[in-house]
Design a protein around this ligand. Structure first.
Ligand SMILES: Cc1cc2nc3c(=O)[nH]c(=O)nc-3n(C[C@H](O)[C@H](O)[C@H](O)COP(=O)(O)OP(=O)(O)OC[C@H]3O[C@@H](n4cnc5c(N)ncnc54)[C@H](O)[C@@H]3O)c2cc1C
Length: 340
């Protein structure tokens, strides 16, 4: 670093990176009568549980899907044989929806704790380069090890993680949560529930809505995934083999604004050297996404091409967007021969 700064330090765009100090944790002063509950073990639930456990709160995590090893087998069987498991799939299970992914560490927020979190990721098996790369990515192979290591640390710190455990209801008294129901038959008393149920837990949204949890319809994007030969993308971006420049498989992004309709179509979550994967979480519907290994060496590039849709397209009720998604997923399923 010192040598680089000697050489380049006078340039105005070059400076030493000093991570911000994460803000101090604020503790409550009323002891909790019960352990806090975390609903879902995707990135949101994992980090919530991780920090609660680190600070001594002994959270209990309920994850409807399976641990990452069992889940990986279920997903492989789905991809190879079309046998679909509604509670153990690409969306549901340890690590959440991103476990089978490109592992692009994308976050749309700047938060003082990000550097600290990245350092934990390295401790749990991510490549060290994620600490300095502009567009860090981990790959699904390394992610699967990382999520397991994080779970083990949460347990070591006094937390508990239960798989195959879906929160099916909330118990509310005088507008306060007093407990959760697990798998329709077990009651766990708690006054704190952190929800990290992700994008696809449609039955859980219905339950939360029924229990008057405040919800708002929000815009999202819908589209298709396209694939190309990676060599075509490399050639068009670099003109030469990326490895001759010390680079990996090339990326691209695409934006088109249609003046007539006012809509914008754009590429999203471009996956260099990866593959398109079937990602359904519901029977009778097709959803696809992209994933890659750390090496990004499949020879194929893929990308989602999407348009934004909002309440004007599907309605203002909080669950209208879900009905809209379901309608298009079912159409895709029928078009594909009504089997996976
Ligand atoms: C194939 C694929 C590739 C992707 N690639 C990338 C990428 O490269 N980079 C990127 O930044 N993002 C990527 N994403 C998006 C990313 O995965 C999500 O943004 C992220 O997982 C959201 O985190 P989350 O914790 O909010 O929810 P989720 O990851 O969806 O986790 C929610 C968890 O809650 C569980 N759950 C739901 N309901 C209940 C319940 N009632 N009780 C108990 N458990 C419940 C689910 O089983 C799930 O495990 C990808 C997604 C997919 C599907």
């Amino acid at each position: 670093e010192a040598q680089i700064m000697k050489k380049l330090g006078k340039q105005k765009d070059v400076s030493v990176f000093t991570p911000e100090d994460p803000e101090p944790i604020v503790y409550g002063n009323v002891p909790l009568a019960h352990r806090p509950v975390v609903m879902g073990f995707g990135p949101a639930g994992m980090l919530a549980a991780f920090y609660l456990a680190r600070e001594g709160y002994r959270p209990i995590v309920f994850e409807r899907g399976q641990d990452v090893d069992t889940r990986s087998q279920d997903v492989e069987t789905f991809w190879k044989e079309g046998v679909f498991k509604p509670e153990s799939n690409v969306q549901f299970g340890e690590g959440g929806a991103g476990t089978f992914s490109d592992g692009k560490l994308t976050t749309r927020v700047t938060h003082p704790r990000l550097h600290e979190i990245s350092k934990y990721f390295v401790e749990f098996g991510a490549p060290e380069e994620i600490l300095y790369k502009h567009k860090p990515h981990v790959g699904t192979d390394k992610l699967r090890t990382m999520v397991k290591a994080m779970r083990e640390r949460i347990i070591e710190w006094g937390g508990e993680v239960r798989f195959g455990a879906k929160i099916t209801d909330l118990f509310i008294e005088n507008d306060h949560i007093v407990g959760v129901e697990v798998n329709d038959n077990e009651r766990i008393d708690t006054t704190v529930v952190l929800s990290g149920v992700g994008h696809s837990a449609r039955d859980t949204y219905e339950m939360l809505h029924k229990r008057n949890v405040e919800m708002t319809a929000k815009p999202f994007a819908i589209g298709v995934r396209i694939e190309h030969d990676q060599a075509v993308i490399d050639e068009s971006q670099y003109g030469v083999e990326p490895s001759s420049l010390g680079l990996g498989a090339a990326e691209y992004s695409l934006v088109y604004h249609d003046k007539e309709t006012g809509r914008t179509a754009y590429s999203f979550c471009m996956c260099p050297g990866g593959q398109v994967v079937a990602s359904a979480s519901e029977n009778g519907g097709v959803v696809v996404n992209g994933m890659s290994l750390y090496a990004r060496d499949s020879g194929v590039a893929n990308s989602a091409i999407v348009v934004n849709v909002g309440p004007d397209d599907f309605g203002n009720h909080p669950l209208d967007g879900v009905a809209f998604q379901r309608e298009w997923e079912r159409k895709a399923y029928e078009l594909g021969g009504s089997n996976f």
